[in-house]
Design a protein around this ligand. Structure first.
Ligand code: ADP
Ligand code: NI
Length: 219
């Protein structure tokens, strides 16, 4: 007997919590939890398959390539194996696989291979969790985890032209605001995403402005 959708979500939550128990603080279960909640919230205002949205939100960072020597296949493979074990419908597994392969920021350097309303919802949720107060905390936690400097006035932000240079950057964390985080508000797919991004964006701008003033001991 196949499981109910509700049961599958409960089992997915347990699987993700267990798999990410030692993850970096910005990519741990709580990042997944926030993206899941945001995705459900955004989905309520869009006409989408809520089961696909929830599974993709829950599984999107199950094995992020930046923590697995650049392996971009591991995450989709683990997600696919898990959903197959849960006897999830093949079409749904295929859709979840396409979403998690195509929603990452570094995919914006490549030609778009797949799109769906469900992808747009989960992508917006993931991007909203990268900005605002949470986004600031996550960026500095990631920078600390990688031992990047917090700021260096001699190293200017870059415009990355391809995914390799973006992914191998060791730039100070403050540069990441110019290189990615400030760009996200204009990349939102949905109305709700745009609305939520607005306030978070302003908060980050105020933070960086104040950070630079304090750096120059102006306040
Ligand atoms: P995605 O999860 O869409 O692939 P990234 O891998 O670029 O996006 O980043 C996810 C999050 O990890 C960012 O929003 C940020 O919090 C953190 N992060 C990634 N790269 C950096 C960096 N170079 N400096 C600081 N934080 C980073
Ligand atoms: Ni994520």
């Amino acid at each position: 007997m196949p499981y109910t959708q509700e049961k599958i979500i409960t089992l997915t939550v347990a699987y993700v919590k267990e798999t990410l128990k030692d993850a970096e603080g910005g990519h741990d279960w709580w990042h997944i939890y926030r993206v899941w909640k945001l995705a459900v919230r955004i989905a309520k205002e869009e006409s989408v398959n809520l089961f696909v949205v929830q599974l993709a939100a829950l599984l999107h960072d199950i094995a992020d390539s930046k923590f697995h020597s650049g392996d971009e296949e591991l995450g989709p493979r683990l997600a696919g194996n898990f959903l197959t074990k849960m006897h999830v419908d093949k079409q749904i597994i295929k859709h979840v696989d396409a979403i998690i392969r195509n929603m990452s920021f570094h995919k914006t350097f490549e030609e778009k291979r797949f799109n769906s309303r469900e992808l747009q919802v989960v992508q917006d949720a993931d991007r909203i969790d990268a900005i605002g107060a949470i986004g600031i905390a996550r960026a500095f936690n990631y920078g600390g985890h990688k031992n990047f400097p917090i700021y260096n006035p001699h190293i200017k932000p870059e415009t990355y032209l391809n995914k390799e240079s973006y992914k191998s950057s060791k730039a100070p964390t403050l540069n990441h605001f110019y290189e990615k985080l400030f760009l996200l508000k204009d990349m939102m797919n949905t109305k709700t995403g745009k609305r939520l991004a607005e306030g978070r964006h302003q908060f980050m701008e105020a933070f960086v402005e104040r950070f630079l003033k304090e750096w120059d001991t102006e306040c």
